[in-house]
Design a protein. Sequence first.
Length: 288
Amino acid sequence: MGLVSAKEMLIKARKEGYAVGQFNINNLEWIKAVLTASEEMKSPVILGVSEGAGKYMTGYKTVVAMVEGMLDFYNITVPVALHLDHGSFEGAKACIEAGFSSVMFDGSHYSIEENVQKTKEIVKYAAERGISVEAEVGSIGGEEDGVVGGGEVADPMECKMIADLGVTMLAAGIGNIHGKYPANWQGLRLDVLKKIQEVAGIMPLVLHGGTGIPDQMVKDAIALGVSKINVNTECQLVFAAATREYILADKDLVGKGFDPRKLLAPGTQAVINTVKEKIELFGSANKA
Ligand SMILES: [Zn+2]
C-alpha cells in the first residue's frame, strides 16, 4: 500500500478511543525501525519529518523515495502517512509538492489572526490534493523557547477558531513540552484539554512532546480526545544508549563489528522496541 493521508486513520482513532503514534524519522535505519514495528503490531502509523531532518536526509524528495521504496520492499500493509512536523508555510507547500501525504503548518508563533489566515491557505492547497493538515494553537513548551516547569497552554477559543478552518487535526499546548521534561513539571493540563475538546468537538487532537509523560496521563489524554501522539526524543535516547553500550563493550573491535550494518543494529532494534511499546500504550495495535 502506498502513502495515505492521516485523515481516515485519525477519524477512526478518535471514534474508537485510541491514538496513532507519530514517530519522527532521521535516516534509513529509523524508517526501517518504525515501519517494521508498525507492521508487526498491525498498527497505523505516521512518520514525522521536521524541516531539519528533511535537510539532513538530503531533501523531501529523497525522504519520499526512501519511504515509498521501503513500503514496497517490506510489503507494508498498515496505513502509513508521511507528515511534515512543525512546518513553515513554504515548507508545507514544498512537502506537498514532493509527495508527502500530510503536513503540519505551525503558525503558533504568529498572532492568531495571521495564524488563521495562513492556515486557511494551506488547508485549501492541501485539500485540493487530498493531503491532511495539522495546525497548532499557542505554543508548546520546549527548550527552544526557554520555557521550563509549566509548558505553554492554549486558549480554547483560539483552538475553536483554527479547528473551524477545516484542518484534519489540531495541536494545542496543554502543558506539554518537547524534549525531556524538567523535574518540576506540573503535568498535563487535562482541565484545559477537556475545555478544548468541548469546543473542538470530534476534531482529533494532537499531543506533542510524548516523551516522558506518565502512562496513565497519556491514557487520560486519549480519553479526552487526543488521537495522535508525537514521539521523537525517546527513540533518540534509546538509539544512543544502545549504540553507546555496543561501543563500550568493544564490540566494534571484534571481527567485522565496525561494519555500519552491525554498528547501527542495536540502536535500530532499540527503536523498534520503543515504537512497539508506544503502540501498545496508545492502543493502536491491531487497528490497521
Ligand atoms: Zn512538536
